[in-house]
Design a protein around this ligand. Structure first.
Ligand SMILES: NC(=O)c1ccc[n+]([C@@H]2O[C@H](COP(=O)([O-])OP(=O)(O)OC[C@H]3O[C@@H](n4cnc5c(N)ncnc54)[C@H](O)[C@@H]3O)[C@@H](O)[C@H]2O)c1
Length: 417
């Protein structure tokens, strides 16, 4: 048993009376070798105690601890002590941990180290301080469904992931930005935290296809915020290739990141959300997979990608059946092409440049010709954009009576049958 596993359960206890549009409970944790600080509620665990025993002890102690959101617990197990602080903001929780000031100001500066210094419930004014693009992503009114919530976005450093990070942040969520590209995630977190004047975005290194890396990142989330309300599994890769030509290595690379990784994210997010739910039965959380229109219809010379996305929907439907008892809704969003994102528009490696060079679009002489060719395939005449995906996220979080669905956001290009 990892003592950190107590953090989501404790957050659940603190969330018991929150309705699901008003999450305002955060837990910060830190190991210590010193004696527990005065005022800490100390719980001593025996070598034989399992997680159920720990939860029973913690629940009894929490219930006895009286009113107010701020509490400090010291969990003592043979050879280790973990301090756990609760608060109605990350600032409040973190301030209870000894030596927290230094950590908090470091986090403010870098947006990454120590604990996040922010208040999850950052005010609309703080959100307004974000970029115009971030503000545009915050659809009027409905975005409040994520205000104060703790979210994780994988592959959040660029593309759709970055759009989702900016949208959630502008809507008042605390956002973990997990990416293979840690420098990119750190840059984005620093930009958002500087705009808000405090830390509400936290960069995390994560390789979604590597179990150790995923497990370590979830452990960090447990320590820094105590749990998650929304996981957006967005990281994905594309390597086009015909079945008669593609190498097995390329096929397996795409399958690992787009398909296998969702098993890992589902497993570790599910475990964290289950623990939270044990503390707060009735509290609903969301796991959302960013799929693709290629998860709904085949894709010529792109079988590895389409296959991984079709498989992703199989996992979404199956995990939805399994995790419903733990209060987790599991759904997919299937966006159309994001023509303005790096995958299509990168000036050196983007698909528009590649398709122009290889003559894939008959008669196209310029990048604009290639783009117009693909836009013409969309009944609504344009590519999918960040705000389109954000509206789908707000809908799925708000909807309490749906799970296991794949929601197309394709401008009419792909229709369900
Ligand atoms: N771009 C589109 O037109 C489009 C359309 C439909 C669906 N999608 C889906 O949207 C998601 C994002 O696509 P995008 O076009 O924005 O991609 P992108 O290439 O612009 O960004 C992907 C991000 O994921 C990160 N990443 C890649 N492998 C990772 C790994 N193993 N672990 C952690 N992070 C990793 C990258 O560093 C990058 O920051 C994908 O799931 C993709 O299939 C994209």
């Amino acid at each position: 048993m990892e003592l950190t596993d107590a953090a989501p359960f404790l957050r659940g206890l603190a969330l018991r009376n929150a309705d699901d549009t008003g999450a305002r409970a955060y837990v910060c944790a830190a190991a210590t070798t010193a004696a527990p600080p005065a005022g800490a509620i100390t719980l001593t665990l025996g070598a034989e105690d399992d997680e159920t025993a720990l939860q029973t002890l913690l629940r009894a102690a929490y219930e006895k601890s009286g009113p107010g959101s701020a509490r400090l617990f010291a969990l003592q197990a043979p050879g280790q002590t973990l301090l756990l602080a609760t608060g109605s903001s990350l600032d409040e929780a973190w301030s209870l941990l000894p030596g927290s000031d230094a950590h908090a100001s470091a986090a403010m500066r870098s947006g990454t180290s120590g604990a996040p210094a922010g208040n999850g419930a950052h005010t609309p004014e703080a959100a307004q301080a974000g970029s115009a693009r971030a503000q545009a992503l915050s659809a009027a009114g409905r975005e409040r469904v994520v205000e104060g919530k703790i979210a994780l976005v994988t592959g959040g450093a660029q593309g759709f992931g970055e759009e989702i990070v900016r949208g959630l942040y502008a809507s008042g969520a605390v956002v973990f930005i997990a990416d293979l590209n840690l420098a990119g995630a750190e840059r984005l977190a620093a930009e958002l935290n500087a705009a808000a004047g405090r830390g509400c975005a936290i960069a995390l290194a994560m390789d979604v296809g590597n179990e150790q890396s995923v497990a370590a990142a979830f452990n960090q989330i447990a320590r820094r915020a105590g749990g998650l309300d929304l996981v957006v599994s967005n990281a994905g890769v594309l390597k086009a290739g015909a079945v008669l030509e593609q190498s097995l290595a390329d096929f397996e690379f795409v399958t690992k990141v787009n398909y296998t990784a969702f098993f890992l994210i589902g497993k570790y997010a599910g475990l964290m959300m289950k623990r939270q739910h044990q503390g707060a039965p009735g509290y609903a959380t969301d796991l959302i997979q960013i799929n693709s229109k290629s998860g709904l219809t085949g894709s010529n010379k792109n079988g590895a990608y389409a296959g991984s996305k079709f498989g992703g929907i199989g996992l979404v439907q199956s995990f939805a059946l399994e995790l419903v008892e733990h209060g987790v809704k599991v759904n997919a969003i299937c966006p159309g092409n994001f023509f303005d994102g790096p995958l299509w528009s990168d000036p050196d490696r983007g698909l528009f440049v590649q398709y122009l060079r290889t003559g894939k679009v008959p008669g196209a002489k310029t990048l604009a010709d290639v783009k117009a060719f693909y836009e013409a395939k969309v009944p609504m005449g344009r590519g999918c954009e960040g705000p389109d995906v954000m509206r789908a996220i707000y809908y799925l979080v708000e909807q309490r009576y749906e799970t296991g669905q794949a929601l197309p956001v394709t401008g009419g290009q792909v229709m369900l049958n």
